[in-house]
Design a protein around this ligand. Sequence first.
Ligand code: 2NL
Length: 394
Amino acid sequence: MLRYGWVDETTTAFTQMARSNSSDRRVASLCCEVRRLDERREEDDGLSDTWRHELEAIREQAMASLALASDSKALNDWRVEVLGKKSALGQMSKAMGGLTPEDRRVLGEALNRIRQELEQAWRSRQAEIEAKEKALRLERERIDVTLPGRHVPLGAMHPISRVIEEIEDIFVSLGFSVVEGPEVETDHYNFELLNIPKDHPARDMQDTFYLTDEWLLRTHTSPMQVRTMERMRGRTPIRVIVPGRVYRRDEDDATHSHQFTQIEGLVVDEGIRMSDLKGTLEAFAKALFGPSQRVRLRPSYFPFTEPSCEVDLVCVSCGGSGCRMCKGTGWIEILGAGMVHPRVLDMSGYDSARYTGFAFGLGAERIAMLRYGISDIRMLYQNDLRFLRQFRHA
Ligand code: 2NL
């Protein structure tokens, strides 16, 4: 049982109860008892000595610990501890329900005063700490703007990519569209629809990378042109170029790679003639290698064109007078072409009695080698930075 009347003892008990978050009811009744038994020394605020002492003790302790809080975390903890629901002040506010109206008013006002005072102290301490932390942060994050910058190595566009983009630009300016498609194709699209017979050597296991009996790595970009004709469902004109990687089983040497970049072109419309093929390719040669270029057509054979031809360029090395590069002929072969075989047109839904077309194909590597004077195709795939860096500003 508690004994009352002794201010120190009751105050201690009261404080402990309030701080230890014990039952609100007990704290409240304790408040009442203390209030009743204490000799009242009424002042303007009507507080008893017990309360005054108690609140003063809380205030002093709070101010002392606030002075010790030295960072924003400690400051936050302080706020919870001193002003939060579970704090002595919080508990007292909560316990006030058990007081008489008069006591409630008196204690309530006192609690408000002390709360406001502590909050004010908290705010100015917070401003101090914020300023201190900001100054620390600025000091820590200080940078020397006069230091030299870090070197960012500049990349270069790969010569093959440059050739592809350049050729695309030329044909787009002639009214062509650019189409791309899958590198894994079916025997049907890669060979059958291109009039390449079952016994043609290209279809041999020795010459093509087969994935299964039906699926393979495309040996040319032609299947995508066939797909374009199918997608157009007999509508004209068709004017497309198709750049992309193609694969052929072959020994690599200075001029052959088992994987290379082909760019094929296809035009289908009524009345397309060999002269359209020659004029287009001559415009292309001039755009790519200069206005004095000319082309020469020599007869050749492809299963998917009839007639077929090889197309030569005036030798870029000697200008036509004959040198080692053109083996004294003055001409350099750059692509293969021809009039689309009627069977290919018919199989893709274009009546060969009404429509004609021309097609061509070239290797982007070969063009890059002629353009930049590269003697070995393998240099284009070895990713040697000493080689690649030469294309940075060219
Ligand atoms: C080459 C030679 C050529 C074609 C490709 C072609 C495509 C269709 C129909 C007819 Cl869909 N022809 N393409 C024609 C002639 C030659 O490529 O690539 N030399 C490296």
